[in-house]
Design a protein around this ligand. Structure first.
Ligand code: ATP
Ligand code: MG
Length: 628
């Protein structure tokens, strides 16, 4: 088996030099060298921008494969997200703008948010929740979800947020797995104008969940659903009955902050544990230097708080920065595919951080929708979750960014807690490439023997040194945790395939698990999918390897067409030809199937293992995180 030579595009976009002048990060290369010269000093300087109740003594202790960061430092993340700003000039600044699916809006200033968090934190205490206890949060994308998370952080309870789209089995597994003492939920979530009851799902999930002492319910519907006395409590009643002041618990830097499950794209979701100090420093650092959040911004991350993107870049990082964040319960295509652009105009959103799955969906509907709205408030665009195909980059850059705005395509994982690879604002951008490792992060791309591969050759992406917001443990699975650190020279293996160009820009080629070996050549799914998406008829594509006697594997491609295109034998011929021209004969699919939808996780990632298993009549494995 050979590591494949990848033909890399040299296309570059040079951003306006003013971006760099005005950005928090003025010189990425200098910062990068600063880390190399003095790694601990680098992180120490960033940690000092936040408040510690007791200063830490040592930056890190690395005893392979376990790391501790900011040893003996005491702090509280909710204090840094709220009280720190209240004491300064952000007291009356809007912390959260919320837009409901039904058109209603709400906003909370930092002052108001702190008041609610303190009361709710006391409410949780009155239910017997204390430091180290686990609380499960199963709520839609409403401000109360963020209040619940911050209230947990305030009293030292470990939260485990479960995306509101999950069914009772997945919820049950997460509640019992974490031994949650309290579950916080809502009566319903509103999606696409429909009321979806959540409480009945929770009721089913609670059968045999013996750890749960209480359920707290946010009731938004009229008439109000009835609650079982004592066991079930109303969110606002609990809050209002509680004391208004709640001093933040002094947390050790290494005390756990939350458990969160990975997306389950490649297999069974892993319960990732993050801790207080390192996670706080990592998400603050990247929200500042990668997302470049300033006081004048209205910042919107379109993810759900139920995923790591939401934890790190809706809630913790931006609030640590004192940002005004925008959140919505709505979906991107309801009532039509213009709704997101309408929000940007309405709220004056200046930073938009979204996902390739959404961008490809918008491409499918065309430029007509975004062109209806004034997007001139935007100044920075971001992407996360899957490779941003060159075609999707171009669309985002030209149609939304009007050929001017920087795009940060951020590569990272639930396990990394924070961004790892991107093109820092102001640096030249290359479509298809996430970018370079950010200052503070050392990566490499290695072959099967663990040897670094030269530019242009694909290999496994590894992270060479520990970083503050790294995963500390896989919940109840130390063996799985150790597996992460099984890379060469005790490095972290990301399980992603990548390639670097001569300038050190990294392109993610797909998951190691999805790797297709054709006639002895490694083919990353993203290469073939990007080639397909580059054709004007294709909105989205997924490829899988099917065993083949001659070649070892052959490539089967599933494609979703853009509006206005229909399936014909000629179109399929064109697509095959197009891949051949772009990538060469080895990567040409043996078959193309036009489909209406692709199996995706609830966080919007294509689940290739499901396509493959369905094709082969095999067991697709854990399906708990699949979209309906
Ligand atoms: P599981 O680990 O359960 O299979 P998952 O890996 O999808 O699920 P997440 O932690 O949510 O769970 O996603 C991280 C993965 O998402 C990365 O390993 C990578 O494959 C992909 N990813 C994230 N951002 C990018 C990006 N900017 N470019 C390419 N791939 C990305
Ligand atoms: Mg993963």
């Amino acid at each position: 088996m050979s590591n494949k030579q990848v033909t890399l595009s040299t296309k570059k976009y040079m951003p306006d030099p003013n971006y760099r002048k005005e950005a928090w990060c003025k010189d990425a290369e200098h910062a990068y060298q600063g880390y190399i010269t003095d790694p601990d000093g680098f992180w120490a300087r960033i940690s000092h921008e936040l408040e510690w109740f007791q200063p830490w003594e040592t930056v890190k202790e690395w005893q392979y494969p376990f790391a501790r960061w900011f040893i003996n430092g005491k702090t509280n993340v909710s204090y840094n997200c709220l009280d720190r700003h209240i004491a300064g000039h952000r007291r009356n600044k809007v912390a959260i703008f919320w837009q409901g699916d039904d058109g209603s809006t709400r906003s909370l200033t930092y002052w108001q948010l702190l008041r609610e968090v303190e009361r709710f934190a006391n409410g949780l205490k009155s239910l017997g929740v204390g430091k180290g206890d686990t609380v499960c949060i199963y709520m839609p994308n409403v401000p109360e979800q963020i209040i619940a998370m911050l209230a947990c952080a305030r009293i030292g309870a470990v939260h485990s947020v479960v995306f509101a789209g999950f069914g009772s089995d997945a919820l049950h597994a997460r509640i019992t797995g974490a031994g949650a003492k309290v579950v916080i939920t809502a009566d319903a979530s509103i999606r696409r104008g429909k009321t979806i009851p959540l409480k009945p799902i929770l009721e089913e999930a609670l059968i045999n969940a013996t750890s749960v002492d209480h359920v707290v319910v946010l009731r938004t519907q009229t008439p109000k659903i009835s609650l079982l006395s004592d066991f079930e409590r109303d969110f606002y009643e609990l809050m209002e009955e509680s004391d208004k002041n709640c001093a933040p618990e002094s947390m050790d830097a290494e005390d756990p902050l939350f458990i969160l499950y990975t997306s389950g794209t490649t297999g069974q979701p892993k319960g990732i544990v993050h801790t207080t100090g390192g996670y706080m420093v990592g998400t603050y650092y990247t929200s500042k230097y990668v997302l470049d959040i300033k006081d004048s911004d209205v910042y919107w991350c379109t993810a759900d708080p139920g995923w790591i993107t939401g934890h790190s870049y809706i809630v913790y990082g931006p609030l640590l920065m004192g940002a005004t964040i925008f959140i919505t319960e709505g979906t991107p295509d309801y009532p039509d595919a213009g709704i997101w652009w309408k929000y940007i105009e309405k709220f004056g959103i200046s930073i938009m951080y979204t996902a390739p799955t959404a961008i490809r969906m918008f491409m499918r509907f065309g430029e007509e929708y975004p062109n209806r709205y004034d997007l001139s408030s935007l100044r920075l665009l971001g992407s996360v979750g899957e490779p941003l195909n060159p075609e999707a980059f171009e669309w985002f850059y030209h149609t939304i960014g009007k050929g001017k705005l920087p795009i940060v395509d951020t590569w990272w994982q639930t396990e990394t807690g924070m961004h790892m690879i991107t093109t820092m604002i102001g640096e030249p951008m290359k479509p298809g490439f996430a970018g370079k490792p950010i200052p503070g992060i050392l990566i490499d791309i290695v072959d099967k023997e663990g040897k670094p591969v030269p530019p242009g050759i694909s290999g496994q992406l590894i992270i060479k040194e520990p970083w503050p917001s790294m995963v500390r443990m896989v919940h109840q699975n130390e063996e799985r945790y150790r597996l992460y650190w099984s890379g060469p020279e005790n490095s972290f293996t990301a399980s992603d395939l990548a390639v670097r160009d001569e300038e050190g820009y990294v392109m993610i080629l797909g998951r190691s698990d999805d790797l297709i070996i054709v006639s002895g050549h490694n083919i990353g799914t993203a290469e073939v999918e990007s080639a397909l998406v580059a054709h004007k008829a294709v909105a989205e594509a997924a490829v899988v390897g099917i065993p083949d006697e001659m070649k070892g594997n052959r490539i089967l491609a599933f494609v979703l067409l853009r509006e206005g295109f229909i399936e014909t034998p000629k179109l399929k011929q064109d697509l095959l030809y197009h891949v051949r021209i772009t990538l060469g004969p080895i990567a040409v699919p043996s078959e193309i199937r036009v489909v209406d939808s692709l199996p995706k996780t609830r966080s919007g990632k294509i689940m290739r293992r499901v396509l493959r298993a369905t094709e082969l009549g095999e067991d697709p494995g854990d399906l708990s995180t699949i979209e309906e």
